[in-house]
Design a protein around this ligand. Structure first.
Ligand SMILES: [Zn+2]
Ligand SMILES: [Zn+2]
Length: 158
């Protein structure tokens, strides 16, 4: 659909035809721009208002003052946004550091627990081995009996 563009002077709110933008279908089913007009905004008063302006210098001074005000406001907004960004960044870094610290502490606790369990296992193994060797000695003692009998027999025979 075709579009009509209007110029709108924001400081006096006057509007005028700016240009017509035809579409590819104009004359082939499109009957031109509808009621919706695109707007081109101008931060100024229109030529008519300028002609009627009794004090152009005062208006220009006012325009410059507004522009400086706008720049100052934008700079202040940017400064506040910058501070906010820095604060967020600092908070994020502090949280990261805290989380890392907690992770390290947890890792250390887990390692200590693992080492403790290994130590317990080693102690258990030693105890089991000691018991085993004790049992073997005991069984060996039973085996020693015939030897003692043999020795006694030899003594008896000699
Ligand atoms: Zn059209
Ligand atoms: Zn005007």
């Amino acid at each position: 659909m075709c579009m009509q563009k209007d110029k709108v002077w924001l400081e006096c709110n006057h509007r005028a035809f700016f240009r017509f933008e035809p579409c590819a279908r104009l004359g082939h089913g499109c009957f031109g721009a509808g009621g919706d007009h695109d707007e081109v905004h101008v931060q100024d008063i229109c030529a008519d208002c300028k002609r009627k302006d009794p004090n152009p210098a005062a208006r220009e001074a006012e325009r410059v003052r507004r522009e400086m005000e706008l720049h100052a406001r934008r700079a202040e907004e940017e400064r506040v946004a910058q501070i906010k960004r820095l604060q967020i960044e600092a908070r994020r870094r502090a949280e990261d550091a805290k989380r890392k610290q907690e992770e390290e502490a947890l890792k250390l606790a887990r390692r200590r627990e693992r080492e403790r369990r290994q130590l317990e296992k080693q102690v258990d193994n030693k105890a089991a081995k000691a018991l085993e060797s004790h049992k073997r000695k005991h069984e060996g003692g039973e085996e020693d009996e015939p030897k003692a009998k043999r020795q006694r027999g030899r003594v008896g025979g000699g």
